[in-house]
Write a protein that binds this ligand. Structure first.
Ligand SMILES: C[S@@+](CC[C@H](N)C(=O)[O-])C[C@H]1O[C@@H](n2cnc3c(N)ncnc32)[C@H](O)[C@@H]1O
Length: 361
């Protein structure tokens, strides 16, 4: 399982007797927040000037196995520090001593690390003394995917990133890059085909939007609609605003509740790809999810569906039964390994579905 650095208390700047200090409370947990990391990890805590990213202060800290939280207390610093709007980064790597903290690798020689780093929202200076309850994930380092995604720090299921989404991003990126180790003909046909009209993709249950945003950044000429319940609108809109889509690619958000009638805008025009990551954990919502998929493929019979999932309960097998009943067949199954504790790996399933009898495009 991948572990994520979280802010239990976001950074705050305190002014005392002509000096200032910065404090925060962090922990390292799974996407579900149900387990803390049980191995020691060396981290760097870095204070950056917001905007310029200049490193103002950095110190190493260690997360200790068995702990449930890590309290950070930096300073005292000269009062002049409070002139800067600050960002606090808690990362597993830096690009060198007193260099900026590095984004986490998603692909290439260095794969995703066990612990995903976190950057705070700006605080101090012209901002409030306490950072907003947000954490930013930064993924890189290759030029094509300098992905930045904001999550909330609370316990909302929808407003943070899940492991299957991270695996889906890596998978899509590998396919688009033409990785010879991947053979996923239906997805390759959709993602690698040169096209006269934009590729149209819809993401269901997008949460913060990491998968759809990454696809828009990777693939020129695509139009991607992220959908989810209204509760994610604020965070997903923030992520769309900071996204850097590839040439001629666009991103938009539309609310969609699987229990309600599919809005006409989502049925108009042909869809090429439907993205679904980590949305099969709740058996109660599966009939509604599958009926949305069925409806989308009635309108766009040649569309391909990518479902990324991490098996969490036995009940998730119902999803596959429902898909079969809806005549949506499993065209292809791949697995992606994400790092887990003590050099273990965690398996994410990547299922490609299409309408029964569909020919490869
Ligand atoms: C575990 S989260 C996954 C979020 C994101 N796809 C990811 O992997 O990071 C499941 C998502 O499904 C959405 N969801 C659950 N029930 C839904 C429904 N009835 N209609 C639309 N979205 C729903 C939630 O709001 C949430 O964003």
């Amino acid at each position: 399982m991948v572990y994520y650095i979280r802010f239990l208390k976001t950074p705050r700047l305190a002014k005392q007797k002509g000096a200032v200090s910065v404090s925060a409370l962090t922990c390292i947990t799974t996407d579900l927040g149900d387990a803390f990391l049980t191995e020691d990890v060396d981290l760097y805590v870095t204070l950056l000037a917001h905007g310029t990213e200049k490193v103002l202060y950095q110190e190493p800290v260690t997360w200790k196995a068995g702990k449930r939280e890590l309290s950070l207390s930096l300073g005292p610093f000269p009062a002049s520090l409070s002139q800067h709007t600050l960002v606090l980064a808690v990362t597993t790597a830096t690009s060198g001593k007193l260099q900026g903290p590095s984004p986490d690798s998603l692909i290439g020689k260095s794969e995703l690390p066990l612990v995903v780093s976190g950057w705070s929202a700006p605080f101090g200076g012209s901002q409030t003394l306490v950072a907003e309850k947000l954490v930013e994930r930064r993924f890189g380092p290759n030029d094509k995917l300098g992905l930045r995604i904001w999550e909330e720090t609370g316990n909302s299921i929808a407003r943070h990133i899940w492991d299957a989404a991270v695996a889906a991003v890596i998978y899509l990126q590998k396919i688009i890059a033409g990785d010879p180790k991947i053979s996923a003909p239906f997805l390759q046909a959709v993602l690698q085909r040169s096209r006269s009209s934009p590729l149209r993709a819809i993401e269901l249950g997008s949460g913060c939007g990491i998968v759809g945003v990454a696809l828009a950044e990777l693939l020129p000429g695509c139009s991607i609609t992220l959908t989810d319940l209204p509760e994610v609108e604020e965070i997903v809109t923030k992520n769309i605003a900071v996204a850097r889509p590839a040439e001629s690619s666009t991103l938009q958000f539309q609310t969609l509740d699987w229990d309600e009638t599919l809005p006409a805008e989502l049925c108009g025009g042909s869809i090429d790809l439907v993205l679904v990551s980590d949305c099969t954990y709740n058996a109660d919502s599966l009939p509604a999810l599958v009926s949305v998929l069925e409806r989308l493929l009635q309108v766009s019979p040649d569309a391909v569906i990518l479902v990324a999932l991490k098996r969490r309960h036995e009940s998730e097998t119902i999803f596959f039964d429902l898909m079969r009943s809806a005549k949506l067949c499993n065209l292809h199954l791949d697995h992606m390994q994400l790092p887990s504790e003590h050099d273990q790996h965690d398996q994410i399933e990547l299922h490609c579905f299409g309408r029964e009898g569909r020919q490869q495009g």
